[in-house]
Design a protein around this ligand. Sequence first.
Ligand code: SF4
Length: 600
Amino acid sequence: MKKDSLIERIAVKLKIIPDLSRREINLKNHGILRKYPSPENWHNHTELDAQAWPKRIEKKYSLIPTTCFNCESACGLMAYVDKETGKVSKFEGNPHHPGSRGRNCAKGPATINQINDTERILFPLRRKGDRGSGEWERISWEEALDDIASKIRSSLKTGAKDKVVYHVGRPGHEGYTNRVLKAWGVDGHNSHTNICSAGARTGYALWHKHDRPSPDHANAKVILLTSSHLETGHYFNPHAQRILEGMMDGAKLIVIDPRLSNTAAMADHWLPTWPGSEPALFLAWAKIILEKKLYDREFIENWVNWDEWMKAEHPKEKCEFDRFIELLLIEYEKYTPEYAASECRIPVEQVIEVGEVVASAGKRLCTHVWRAAAIGNLGGWQVSRTLHFLNVLTGSVGTEGGTAPNSWSKFKPELFDEPPDPDGWNELHFPPEYTLSHFEMSHILPHMIKEGRGKMDVYFTRVFNPVWTYPDGFTWIEMLQNKEALGCHIALTPTWNETAFFADYVLPMGHASERHDINSYATSAGKWVAFRQPVLREFSRREGKDVEFTHETNPGEVWEEDEFWIELSWKIDDGTMGIREHFMSPYRENEKITIDEYYK
Ligand code: SF4
């Protein structure tokens, strides 16, 4: 068996990946219990066929790593490709993935159900009747690309920078589509973020620009969750395993959740706060930290612009740190435990008892909020802002066992070509009256269209189903059926959904194991990068077969966005638009880039 490399040994020591060195346990007369196949055997893995039991029939597999696409955690998956049939038999976890470390939630291995879904869309479709009539015709990828490219070309040739739009529900890769849109010269990116994490992000961004937390649960003394992160929160599987590790090492778990969720049930302290009242609680705890002098003086003095606050708010006072603390206590004097208890509708004794636990955590206070209270309430951004205040006071920002800015844990790929930013502004995404919007105001898009504030020539939705998931789905239907305001709608989706039903083109895109993406997320206190790959394409490569496009190996003609954007961009440019220059191979002069070259 191959020995672990130095990097693997260090990663094991730091508990970034599990110790895989003891892959086999000899059970004396009962055979060998295998922990996990080692990478050098991944293309020649043998297992007994469970269906053939009690006969011992061997099956040969090629094991191909990829990543899950059923939430943003992008946990590692290992596809078991049956070498006889060339089909994926099952998915299991990949212990070499530093984020998930071999563990998945039920949705990861359930990818097998998605790829075998008998009702999935297998071929490109074009609408025949009216939008929403449910009449479709099958077309080729070539036809789809030609049609759509000519519409985009016409729009771009008018000089408009805001009429070609890509609206994404589930992002999956780092910077790919932004690069494409910039190559087209449009300000065309829209997201779902304003019904998701924008509230929490705003609160974090106001502290230090980085707009997400990266918690080090495993090394914390106190874990404070404003959410239900053991079972439903963002990044919950990678978080849950580290929260449990922290608890096994003695960390106290505090859960703020109006519901007795599974996470709340595991907590040492569960505070069922009245929704939206959480900032009152956090400021009461901030006051306890200040009063008990448990704040980290050195950290605050060096990393907080307290002196600017003094000059702005108390210009007549001496600009001294001790005076700053006194004035801060006056600033927050209203936030007594009694006030917090009454706002949050929890016992005052609990506010004090748990506040003392938080105050005692020092540099190992690990806090987290993602959506939860920070998006469901007016002023929700104050939830993350006041929560992070506790980290700032205790100096637990970027410490072992504390909470770090997310970008410390994020890998940013350097792209082979970076087109310039568009020379234009999309007011349907960032309307001028919402000067503080932290992400696109996507939730009011159909309302602005209804008011006649803009039009879209070409509108892509990608894994995005506002008709179903937004509270005002019928207004989205109105927009999608309005041919005056919406020239052409293309749904890029692996499955049918209510929004795709109103599209002009429905283009089948791959599930987790049928596409390329780069993933890197703040799932723990560490930077990792994972590669999502179409496993049957990789299987073909291992078997020595050439593949030009991923749809040749996927079910039906299911494609992937990455190659689709390259081909579409190439077709849009009639040779005069300067788009093709951003899709040239860095390895072959004047040739179109291939997806293998993109990720080389
Ligand atoms: S937690 Fe991991 S396995 Fe579960 S859906 Fe998310 S990425 Fe997939």
